[in-house]
Every structure is written in structure tokens, then in C-alpha cells.
Design a protein around this ligand. Structure first.
Ligand SMILES: *Cc1c(COP(=O)(O)O)cnc(C)c1O
Length: 427
């Protein structure tokens, strides 16, 4: 039988670098051929060979309501039949902005953009424009999209300015970004004590979901809030992944902390390209045309994308939605941990809301360094064993997983059966 995935992967590489339009899709971290997908429904995906998978990637977060939810598809169809784009204001944009503000009270004003990267890039520019300062603080292992200022790794010492983590980023740009260790409160305090007056803002994933899943330790986010307030820096919560996932009001609602700016994406587009940057009125009023910080977008607030996002938020808002998805996620991680224990494989798993992490190490990691200590080779074997059994996990040990409202007991049970067999293969 011909393998259509292999054929398509070979053909794709003739026109597209590595055959993919975003690097992790190329399966370099796990090896092998990525499935090319043809359709999706609920918790399931079908690839070009017609093979079905239970999906735990969810398009990297947006698909919290499940794939092709009829209400979302109908909203998109209806919007598309009226207009694909105006490049001019629409009522639906107000409704989406109002829905976001209702659930995320720290957002007084917000602007819609078309990706998470655009949102964080704008948040950084606003922090600098608002404070008149240049330095930005980020944390190793947190990902905030691919803007130059944020593709930076730690310099020679923790409190020195950073180095580019990508070719093409000028050292002069990276020098304005300071990279600290996630969950190291004392280090952040030392930095602010040394050069608080230079710092425009701190950007952080309030739950880190781009180095697998790392939870903030008690007090870490509160300390960042306190340091930014004391030194006049802008605290930016990058909730592109955690927004409407960790809780309906995002991680800031879960932990009870109000950032100055919040970036959103993923769920608020329901699978189409929507991002947002919002926060305190005094900062957001600096944005063009109200203020001097420039920002714009031809397709920002696109009516079809906004319709998908709004329909998704309407589902997420339904009573019990968050609790149901969070319970399914806990059932998954609990079951995976049990299956690993029975097979004698060192493993741990945890979740928050509908995000989860699985780790090939005995305890859940609390830092980037601990994430790096997990057994990557074992993860790769587990990943392929699960893929063969029809379970699609993120093809990297450094990504969070996602459960949707369409993942019922049947899907979780099938996943756990596949996991028991896969863990036994590893043992
Ligand atoms: C996905 C992600 C981004 C980037 O969003 P894109 O839409 O891929 O540009 C930024 N920050 C976080 C926390 C993310 O998870």
C-alpha cells in the first residue's frame, strides 16, 4: 500500500522548506514522517491515508470546543457569505472585544491582531512607548512568538543582556532583552535591584506551555507583579496559550493577579487567525491613532476569523464547560501516570484547566533546567508508539498538550488503552 503521507512529505519539500510552514511540524524532534491531515471532527483527525487519530494538539491550543463544532462552522459560513474582509470596522469586532473584557477584567481596552506573535510584538512596543525605557525581561523556555526582541537566550550571566537565539536577529536588538530563569524569584529581585529603572517591561507565560508544561511556583507571579509596580515597569502576561484554557479568565483569574497588559490568541480565534493585546487604559491609549505607538493590520479583526472566535467563546462561556474539560484532562493525566507506574516507566503528568504536561522523569519539572533533564529518547519512542495506535500527541517533548470538550470517556479510555500498551513496549 502506498503511504500518502510519505508521498506528500516528499512533494512538500520540493516547494516548502522542510515541507512545513512552521518548524515543529517537520517532526525533527521525534523523527519520521508527519501525517498530512485531511479532515477533523470533534476529538478526531484523519490523515491522508484515512487513518484516524485522537488529537491532543488541538492546532496547538485553539480547538478547545473540538474540531468543526457545528456552531463554529455555521458562524464561519454565515460570516463568509456576507464578506471575507472589509479592512473597516464591523459590529462583530465589538462583540468579541466585549466578550474578552467581560472575562478578563484587567483588559480595559484591546486591539485585535492576526497572531500571537503580532500581539506580543505590540505589547513590547507599548511597554517601551509607555515607559520610555528599552530593556525587556523574559524567561528562558517561555515562547512569545518570533519577533526579534523575543528570540533571545540568556547571556553569559543571568543579569547580563541576552544573545540572539536565531540567526538574523541583530545583537544590538537582543541586547535590550534580559533572560532570567522561570520560577527564580530571587534572581528577578536581584535584577530589579540592580537596574529596575531601565526595565520597560516583563513578559511571562503565567503558566509556561512552550517548555512542556511548567507551573509557576507559589509567589513567583506575585513577586513579578510587585517588582513591576514598584519600579514602574509594565507586567505583560502572555496568555496566548493559557487564555480561556487555564480558566475562562485565563491564568490571571486562576492566580488572582492583574497584569498591566495581556496578550491573547489561539482560543479567541477558534482555529482562525486572531490575536489580541489589551490592558490598562492608560497604556492602551498610547496606541495609534490615540497615541504615538504605531500598530496596524490589513486583516486585523477579519470578519470570518472574528466569527469563529466569537462562536468559540460562546461555547466556552456555557455553564460547566471549563469544569468538564478540566475533569477530562485530569482523567487523562491520572490514567497516563497509572499506566506508566504499572509498566515501571519513570514518568509524571499534570494538568491545569485543559492544558497538560507529560514528562519522562519521576516528578513534574519546576524549571527549564528540569525540563531539559527529561528522557527525550524515551519520549520519542512513546510518541511513535502512540501515533501508531491512533493517538496524536505533540511531536516534541517540549510542548504542552490540549484536551477539548469533544474528548469524552470513550476517547480518554481509548487513549489510556493505547498508553498501557505503549508504556509496556518501553519498559
Ligand atoms: C503560540 C504562542 C505565541 C505565538 O502565537 P502565534 O499565533 O503562533 O504567532 C505566543 N505566545 C505564546 C505563549 C504562545 O503559546
Amino acid at each position: 500500500m502506498t503511504d500518502r503521507n510519505q508521498e506528500l512529505f516528499a512533494r512538500a519539500q520540493l516547494s516548502i522548506p522542510a515541507g512545513v510552514n512552521s518548524p515543529v511540524r517537520a517532526f525533527r524532534a521525534v523523527g519520521g514522517t508527519p501525517p498530512f491531515f485531511e479532515r477533523a471532527s470533534g476529538a478526531n483527525l484523519w490523515d491522508a491515508n484515512g487513518k484516524r487519530y485522537v488529537d491532543y494538539v488541538g492546532s496547538w491550543g485553539p480547538m478547545v470546543a473540538g474540531h468543526c463544532h457545528p456552531a463554529v462552522v455555521e458562524a464561519v459560513r454565515e460570516a463568509a457569505s456576507r464578506a471575507l474582509s472589509f479592512g473597516a470596522p464591523t459590529e462583530a469586532e465589538i462583540e468579541l472585544a466585549e466578550a474578552i473584557r467581560r472575562h478578563v477584567p484587567s483588559i480595559e481596552l484591546l486591539r485585535l491582531v492576526s497572531s500571537g506573535t503580532e500581539a506580543t510584538m505590540t505589547a513590547i512596543r507599548l511597554a517601551r512607548g509607555h515607559t520610555g525605557r528599552s530593556a525587556i525581561v523574559k524567561f528562558e523556555g517561555c515562547y512569545h512568538g518570533h519577533a526579534d526582541s523575543l528570540l533571545v537566550k540568556a547571556g553569559s550571566g543571568a543579569l547580563t543582556f541576552g544573545n540572539p537565539s536565531s540567526a538574523g536577529v541583530p545583537a544590538e536588538t537582543a541586547q535590550h532583552t534580559i533572560v532570567l530563569d522561570y520560577n527564580d524569584t530571587a534572581q528577578a529581585q536581584a535584577l530589579f535591584a540592580a537596574r529596575g529603572a531601565q526595565i520597560a517591561g516583563v513578559i511571562v507565560e503565567p503558566v509556561a506551555g512552550n517548555m512542556n508544561l511548567v507551573l509557576p511556583e507559589p509567589g513567583f507571579l506575585h513577586a513579578l507583579r510587585e517588582l513591576c509596580s514598584r519600579h514602574g515597569a509594565v507586567l505583560i502576561f502572555d496568555e496566548v496559550m493559557t487564555g480561556f484554557r487555564v480558566a475562562i479568565g485565563g491564568a490571571q483569574a486562576h492566580f488572582g493577579i492583574e497584569p498591566d497588559l495581556t496578550t491573547l490568541g489561539k482560543v479567541i480565534g477558534g482555529g482562525l487567525p486572531v490575536g489580541a493585546v489589551g490592558g490598562r487604559r492608560a497604556i492602551m491609549e498610547r496606541i495609534a491613532p490615540l497615541g504615538p505607538v504605531y500598530q496596524a493590520g490589513t486583516l486585523s479583526g477579519n470578519p470570518v476569523a472574528v466569527a469563529a472566535g466569537l462562536a468559540t467563546l460562546r461555547l466556552v462561556e456555557q455553564p460547566g464547560f471549563q469544569d468538564r474539560v478540566a475533569a477530562a484532562t485530569r482523567a487523562l493525566t491520572g490514567g497516563l501516570a497509572d499506566a506508566a507506574r504499572e509498566a515501571g516507566v519513570p514518568f509524571s503528568a499534570q494538568s491545569i484547566g485543559s492544558m497538560f504536561g507529560i514528562y519522562f522523569r519521576a516528578t513534574a519539572p519546576a524549571s527549564f533546567a528540569e525540563v531539559m533533564q527529561s528522557d527525550r529518547e524515551r519520549f520519542g519512542r512513546f510518541f511513535h508508539a502512540m501515533l501508531a495506535r491512533g493517538v496524536y500527541l505533540a511531536p516534541s517533548a517540549y510542548e504542552a498538550g490540549f484536551v477539548s470538550a469533544a474528548h469524552g470517556a470513550a476517547e480518554i479510555d481509548a487513549t489510556l488503552a493505547a498508553a498501557r500498551a505503549s508504556f509496556r513496549e518501553l519498559a
